[in-house]
Design a protein around this ligand. Structure first.
Ligand SMILES: Nc1ncnc2c1ncn2[C@@H]1O[C@H](COP(=O)(O)OP(=O)(O)O)[C@@H](O)[C@H]1O
Ligand SMILES: [Mg+2]
Length: 346
């Protein structure tokens, strides 16, 4: 187990905006930290810098307190699993997993025990004699993880490792991965562009955009107190509503839109021109625009299906958002600002 730290880390490829831009980040010991951001936001580059596969343009990386400058990947006590992991097709599962131990010069007598340990942790102990083509996608994925794990790294770097699994398998694999990480307690940096995955897996989430770390916090912190409008709209589906009120944007989550009858205390009343209602089983999504307002003021509400409210397409409906559920952002910079009194924005 080890703490990973990036200090003022920048990586600029030739003639481009920095892929990683003056980034500061410190993991906790043994934590599952999810790096979340859209494609091109610098997630893979950050992992490759930590692994030593790229050299920083400036800034530093520390693993377990030791500066990594100039150290090659193999001495960094990290294991990385890429999105496009490749197993050796002609080797058995056992031979695939033992390979890094051979390369590392681990004594032959010690190898079988280490392979069994890693294979059992991942539930593939019974598959050691098979070849990759005799395995399902999920099993292959676990072999790749076992191969990374067998070296007993202090840090696990996982770059969208589940993205080539189908949706159902992905959910199972995600759950297994988390259980397994908890059991071995290895500090893990897990990259994804999928905010649902990030919310479900992460002890904390580091949200990236354009090479910058926009916010780091628990899923709850990031969801309920986004640092800026990027985080507010990237985390959560449907995203946080943002409506313009002068020099600020007022934000509220779709589930904070309550029927007017639930009004209690201070808050914002919204008359919505409902344009669409989508029934999704446990909930309904209501899409509309603020009546009389400009068309940019689109809003989405998430209503529990059991809520006895007759929302209909083409009909006006009044909603209420309690004051504590309102968030405020500078319309210019997008950064979170201090709350305004409701009377100033109503
Ligand atoms: N080897 C490279 N050479 C030049 N540009 C690169 C290289 N690797 C990544 N980039 C650029 O850096 C930015 C971040 O890429 P990447 O780290 O792969 O993002 P992500 O993993 O979040 O999708 C992108 O604009 C990408 O084109
Ligand atoms: Mg990537």
């Amino acid at each position: 187990m080890a703490i990973v730290e990036a200090r003022n880390l920048t990586k600029a490829f030739d003639g481009q905006n920095p892929a990683v831009d003056n980034l500061n980040l410190v993991t906790e010991e043994g934590e599952y930290l999810v790096l979340l951001g859209p494609s091109g936001s610098g997630k893979t580059t950050l992992l490759r810098l930590i692994a030593g596969l790229e050299q920083p343009t400036s800034g530093e990386i520390f693993i377990a307190g030791d500066p990594m400058a100039g150290l090659p990947p193999r001495v960094r006590s990290i294991a990385m699993v890429f999105q496009s992991y490749a197993l050796y097709p002609h080797k058995t599962v056992y031979e695939n997993i033992v390979f890094p131990l051979k390369a590392q010069g681990v004594e032959a007598a010690q190898r079988p025990e280490k392979v069994s340990w890693a294979a059992d942790l991942l539930g593939i102990g019974h598959l050691l004699k098979r070849k990759p083509r005799q395995l399902s996608g999920g099993e292959r994925q676990r072999v790749a993880l076992a191969r990374a794990l067998v070296r007993e790294p202090a840090v696990f770097l996982l770059d969208e490792p589940l993205s080539n699994l189908d949706a159902k398998l992905r959910a199972t694999a995600r759950d297994e991965l988390k259980t397994f990480q908890r059991r071995i307690g290895v500090t893990t940096l897990y990259v994804t562009h999928d905010q649902v995955e990030a919310m479900g897996l992460g002890d904390r989430i580091a949200v990236m955009n354009e090479g910058q770390l926009r916010q780091i916090g628990t899923p709850r912190e990031v969801y309920s107190n986004p640092a800026d409008t990027f985080v507010a709209t990237f985390v959560g589906s449907p995203p946080m509503n943002l409506i313009r009120r002068g020099d600020i944007l007022v934000g509220f989550r779709p589930e904070s839109m309550l029927p007017d009858s639930e009004k209690a205390g201070e808050g914002l009343s919204l008359q919505v021109d409902v344009s669409r209602v989508e029934y999704l089983g446990s909930e309904r999504h209501m899409l509309g625009t603020l009546a009389g307002g400009d068309l940019q003021n689109k809003v989405t509400g998430v209503l529990p299906a059991a809520m006895p409210l007759d929302v209909r397409e083409g009909k006006d409906q009044v909603f209420f958002v309690h004051a504590p559920d309102l968030r405020f952002f500078d319309a210019e910079t997008g950064k979170r600002t201090d709350p305004r009194p409701v009377r100033d924005i109503a």
